[in-house]
Ligand binder design. Structure first.
Ligand code: ZN
Length: 500
């Protein structure tokens, strides 16, 4: 027997690869090994007296302008091969019947072989629910144009286009596309030109918080964090790869990725109002509820629906009922009548104990007079809320030597008194600092601002405020001011939120 190296394996056609993917997902254990979703670390606070009627609990929501019975996405798995046609049709009928969103498999094959359209075109089975087309983002580096994307969306009558990010999967495939250089710019251009929303998703190794921020900045309408702990596509590829070397490489990545639960929490912190999807190993309705309570707007489930679809329509409907039924009960048991209520307060706790976090940010202001008392309390409260920190401290610091941060009362007459006090203590008059001819290395527009520095010295550059229950723990009359002491200009305030 000759040992088979990478060169002995012929690259497969897209269709053959798809057929392999379905078979392996159904027949083999393709879970990540030695890694979990992280949901087991979170517990809901059980309410023995929820004070609501289970019948009043509503899981209804809306996605891309279409109403849903539950925030559930039957997620992108397959398409383009004969096996896929029946699966997609079954999933589409179930999505329509239960009012759930439906994501399709990668439409790249549709660009290569337009005759496979019937296996994708499921709009006629699901006329009312959000339908998400799907394409590998890396294809944008392989000549796929905005026009191609538009064609895919039109052919499939989709409400949105999902771009999947799968660098590890591509790297493992012999026929994989591994040039991911400059893709963010291309995604940004696509978002600007395409008429439907663009969703960015991983495929099971996760999108970290910095990339979540960059993707929203690039213009995506939603991010699916798609974390680790469920189906591992490196394990799927391991079953496909003929070469023992490549299979061993794939096996080494069995525990790769970031747990789904942590990703959702992190993503919500950096994108307080962004539309977030959670997927990756979510296997029951309580985990759906946990994902929502941690900050997701939609929850994607792929593998279990694929396996159910192979077993038939009844199994798909049963799975949908099981997921939504348990979600509804979890909402009842936490006293949440609707999805926004499920996300409120301390309904979910990290059972492994507090893990302190530090979240940093900056605020920018333009002052309009001097002195100018700018009340920044609400902006600081918004940042604390965005950081998701319930108990801790927030440190607010001016990055300047002539603009102070101070806590006091926001009362107009009092602010006049403050201005007079500052004028008395450090009058706008002669200072050595203003003798510009005696100083070295000064800017051409150096201001005469000795008085502003001296006032800043008396006031100070920062304040620290405690956080309790996610709110600034200030007294009734206490407000946080950025105080302009020099002439009007742009000012930066750095904010660091620390706690859990
Ligand atoms: Zn100065």
């Amino acid at each position: 027997m000759t040992p088979s190296g990478p060169s002995s394996v012929e690259p497969l056609t897209t269709a053959a690869r798809k057929a392999d993917h379905i078979r392996i997902n159904v027949e083999e254990n393709v879970s990540g090994k030695g890694i979990t979703t992280g949901f087991e670390r979170y517990r809901f606070t059980h309410e023995a007296l929820p004070e609501i009627d289970l019948d009043d609990v509503s899981t209804a929501t809306n996605l891309f302008g279409r109403d849903l019975q539950a925030p559930l996405l039957i997620s992108c798995m397959t398409g383009g091969v004969p096996e896929a046609e029946q699966i997609n049709c079954t999933l589409a009928e179930a999505a329509q019947e239960r009012g759930l969103a439906l994501g399709l498999g990668s439409a790249r094959i549709l660009l290569e072989s337009p005759q496979v359209l019937p296996s994708f075109a499921v709009r006629r089975y699901a006329p009312d629910v959000p339908l998400l087309a799907n394409l590998g983002a890396v294809q944008l580096n392989k000549g796929v144009t905005v026009e191609d994307c538009r064609r895919i969306v039109d052919l499939l009558e989709a409400d949105a286009l999902v771009l999947h990010l799968n660098p590890l999967q591509e790297a493992l495939q012999l026929e994989g596309d591994t040039n991911f250089g400059g893709l963010l710019k291309r995604i940004e251009a696509l978002c600007a030109d395409l008429d439907v929303p663009v969703v960015a998703k991983e495929i099971g190794w996760g999108i970290n918080r910095d990339l979540v921020r960059k993707l929203f900045d690039a213009g995506v309408a939603a991010v699916d964090v798609a974390g680790a702990g469920g189906t591992s596509w490196s394990e799927v590829e391991r079953h496909r790869l003929g070469s023992p070397v490549r299979a061993a490489i794939a096996a080494a990545f069995a525990d790769w990725g970031i747990p789904t639960a942590d990703l959702i929490r992190d993503a919500r912190r950096v994108a307080p109002s962004g539309t977030l999807f959670a997927s990756g190993g979510i296997r029951n309705g309580v985990e759906v509820a946990k994902a929502l309570a941690l900050g997701a707007d939609m929850v994607g489930v792929a593998g279990p629906f694929l396996r159910a679809a192979v077993a038939g329509r009844r199994r798909v409907l049963d799975l949908a009922d099981e997921l939504v039924g348990a979600l509804k009960m979890a909402m009842f048991l936490t006293g949440s009548t609707d999805l926004p209520a499920l996300r409120l307060g301390n309904r979910i706790i990290d059972a492994t104990g507090p893990r302190p976090e530090i979240v940093r940010g900056a605020l920018h202001y333009t002052s309009s007079r001097a002195p100018d008392f700018i009340d920044i309390t609400d902006d600081i409260q918004d940042m604390v809320r965005g950081a998701g920190i319930q108990e801790g401290l927030v440190h607010i610091a001016s990055t300047h030597t002539t603009a102070a941060i101070r806590v006091n009362e926001n009362e107009p007459l009092l602010i006049e008194d403050f201005s007079r006090l500052l004028e008395r203590l450090a009058p706008n008059g002669h200072y050595h600092h203003n003798e510009l001819e005696r100083r070295k290395g000064i800017a051409p527009d150096e201001p005469q601002n000795g008085h502003a520095h001296c006032r800043h010295l008396l006031l100070g550059h920062s304040e620290t405020v405690t956080i309790q229950g996610g709110r600034l723990d200030l007294g009734v009359w206490q407000r946080i001011f950025l105080i302009e002491l020099d002439s009007p200009r742009s000012r930066q305030v750095k904010v660091q939120v620390m706690g859990r």
